[in-house]
Each structure stands twice: as structure tokens, then as C-alpha cells.
Design a protein around this ligand. Structure first.
Ligand code: FES
Length: 342
């Protein structure tokens, strides 16, 4: 089984990355960058923009790329994503895969997931050229860190946040990419990725399930490992590299104990199973309860808490808001009972 070729790590390559990143920032007329996000305890202030869908193109089997045009758009760094507000009001996150220096358009791509949560189907079936879409962001929770060398593992559409990173790496920095997909036709940006590899063996393309032990056998000590792709792939990479940086767009129900939730106004008491969410339990009783992203980003599912201690797992609410409310799609009870104003 071929190994992911670990390219030579050039002495001082972390310095090259540091310089390149600094150069990018210093040449930006927006320096210092406006804070699009406050610290953890603050509500993100990324402004909402209405952008024109200037082009819609199938860039691989089942993958649609959208170019969204606007003016004076905030710059972004590789790894950043946008929140797209779809025509139905659903909010979904998509990695930016265009040019970070382009302040007149953003480019995102999405794979159709027929049995998914509905966002990709809506993009594929309802978003057309000429429409306007609301977007929020960009935000970056998957930034390119300074490192001596880099190993990227991307599965299918997971290549989208990785692509701008590869473009941004300065010459002389060691990197390798393991890019996996069902088959070549379904893998977006494959041609460009291979070109970036420059025939040096930096890019390994695997159709089907990769043998990670074989392909990642020679990852250098101190390399920064990044992974984006299906949950199974990310879990497998994390097993081997606990410090891997992951980008995840599917909601992940984090483990926790079961607890009870009383809906005071409705007069009902529900049990939230250890592997479920308050939102799921509430919607089973009250199907009209509003929600959207299911990841603690958008705030749609915020509910007032009357009693009980909350374990907040969102990235949105301020400390003041957390005093008496919670995002029920991700947050849980710290004890065995919560009372909601529902
Ligand atoms: S549904 Fe978006 S924060 Fe809960």
C-alpha cells in the first residue's frame, strides 16, 4: 500500500509560514482586521449580507459550486466558512474555497446529501443564478496554524476548507495531502489539487476507503494535521492523531447523561436520552419549536430557562444571555433536571 509521501521539511519552514501569514495580514487595507467574532463569551458580530448568486456550477458529480457576489466583502483566512441562510430559513455552514483576497465574491461548494438534514438538497434544487441569499460571516474555527510541516486529510467535499490552505502555503514548506473519495468523478477540485502537488508526490488520491495506517505512517513529528470529511474518516484520523484539527459541519450530539426537562407552560415533562438533544425531545412534543443550524451557531432555538443549571455548549450566547437561557440544540443540563419556559 503506498504511503502518503512526507515531503522534505525545509529548515525554518515555520518561519516561512509565519512570514507569509503576516504578510497577508499586513498588506490588507483592513488591518487591523475588524473583529468578526468576540471572545467565547460574546455574541458573534458577523454582519449579515445579501449576496447575488452570480454563478452555479456542477464541479463534480453531486457537487454544486456557488459564486456569491457583493461589494467590499470582509476578507477571510483559509479555513473560514460562511453561514448561508437558505430560502426556507435554514442556516447551513459552507467552507469558503475561493480567493481570500477577492472582496467582490465568495465561493462555496456543497455536495448533495439525499438523506441529510435538507440543506444540501435545498441548495441543489432551489438555489439558482440571479437569486439573492443572505450570508453571515466569514468565521474561522479551522485556521491554518504556524507549523514546520502539514498533513491534510480530506474526504470528498471536505477538500473545500483545505484547498485555500494549500494555495496559501509558501514555497518551501513541507506538506502532504491524502484526498479520498468514492471515485475521481465525485471529487471536487481534484485537478487543481493535483496541480498544486506539482507531481512531487505530495498529493495522494484514494478512491474508496483509505488505509490510514499505511498512508499516514510517515507523518513527521511536529507536523500540523488537518482533517475534514465524513465523520468516520475524522474519527479514524483523530484516533491516530489526537491533536488533529478537525472541521465538522454536521451536528454532533456530544455525550452526556440523561436528564429530565419540564416544559412549564405546556405542562409536560420529557426525558432527554444520553445520546439525544433537548431540541429533539422538545420537538417530539412540540413539533413547531423553531430551530435551524442544530450546531449552536444561529440562535434560532434559544429558550428561556426557569430552573436548573445548564451546561452551555454553544458558541453564541453572551454570559448575560446564558444566565437565563440556553440553545437547546447543543446545550444540556448540568444536573438531572431543567425547567424551560415552553
Ligand atoms: S438551531 Fe441554531 S443554535 Fe440551535
Amino acid at each position: 500500500m503506498p504511503k502518503l509521501r512526507t515531503v522534505a521539511v525545509v529548515a525554518g519552514s515555520a518561519l516561512l509560514v509565519r512570514r507569509a501569514l503576516r504578510r497577508r495580514i499586513r498588506t490588507s487595507p483592513l488591518w487591523p482586521m475588524p473583529a468578526l467574532e468576540e471572545p467565547v463569551s460574546g455574541r458573534p458580530r458577523s454582519r449579515a449580507l445579501r449576496l447575488l448568486v452570480a454563478s452555479r456550477e456542477e464541479v463534480a458529480e453531486g457537487v454544486v459550486q456557488l459564486r456569491l457576489e457583493g461589494r467590499d466583502l470582509p476578507r477571510w483566512e483559509p479555513g473560514a466558512h460562511l453561514d448561508l441562510v437558505l430560502p426556507s430559513g435554514l442556516v447551513r455552514q459552507y467552507s469558503l474555497c475561493g480567493d481570500p483576497e477577492d472582496t467582490s465574491s465568495y465561493t462555496v461548494a456543497t455536495r448533495l446529501v439525499p438523506d441529510g438534514r435538507g440543506g444540501s438538497r435545498e441548495v441543489h434544487e432551489q438555489v439558482r443564478e440571479g437569486m439573492e441569499l443572505e450570508v453571515r460571516g466569514p468565521r474561522n474555527r479551522f485556521p491554518l496554524a504556524e507549523a514546520e510541516s502539514y498533513v491534510f486529510v480530506a474526504g470528498g467535499i471536505g477538500i473545500t476548507p483545505v484547498l485555500p490552505m494549500l494555495r496559501a502555503l509558501p514555497d518551501g514548506v513541507g506538506w502532504g495531502l491524502l484526498y479520498c473519495g468514492r471515485d475521481r468523478a465525485s471529487m471536487p477540485f481534484l485537478e487543481e489539487v493535483e496541480k498544486l502537488g506539482g507531481g512531487t508526490g505530495r498529493v495522494t488520491v484514494v478512491e474508496g476507503v483509505p488505509d490510514l495506517d499505511a498512508h499516514l505512517a510517515d507523518v513527521p513529528e511536529g507536523a500540523a494535521v488537518y482533517c475534514c470529511g465524513p465523520e468516520g474518516l475524522m474519527a479514524a484520523v483523530q484516533e491516530r492523531f489526537p491533536r488533529v484539527r478537525l472541521e465538522r459541519f454536521m451536528p454532533r450530539v456530544s455525550a452526556g447523561g440523561a436528564f429530565e426537562v419540564e416544559l412549564r407552560r405546556s405542562g409536560r415533562t420529557l426525558t432527554v436520552a444520553a445520546d439525544s438533544t433537548v431540541l429533539a425531545a422538545v420537538r417530539a412534543e412540540l413539533p413547531d419549536t423553531a430551530y435551524s443550524c442544530e450546531q449552536g451557531f444561529c440562535g434560532t432555538c434559544q429558550q428561556r430557562v426557569l430552573e436548573g443549571e445548564v451546561e452551555h455548549r454553544d458558541e453564541l450566547l453572551t454570559d448575560a444571555e446564558r444566565a437565563d437561557s440556553m440553545l437547546i440544540c447543543v446545550s444540556r443540563a448540568r444536573g438531572d433536571r431543567l425547567v424551560l419556559d415552553l
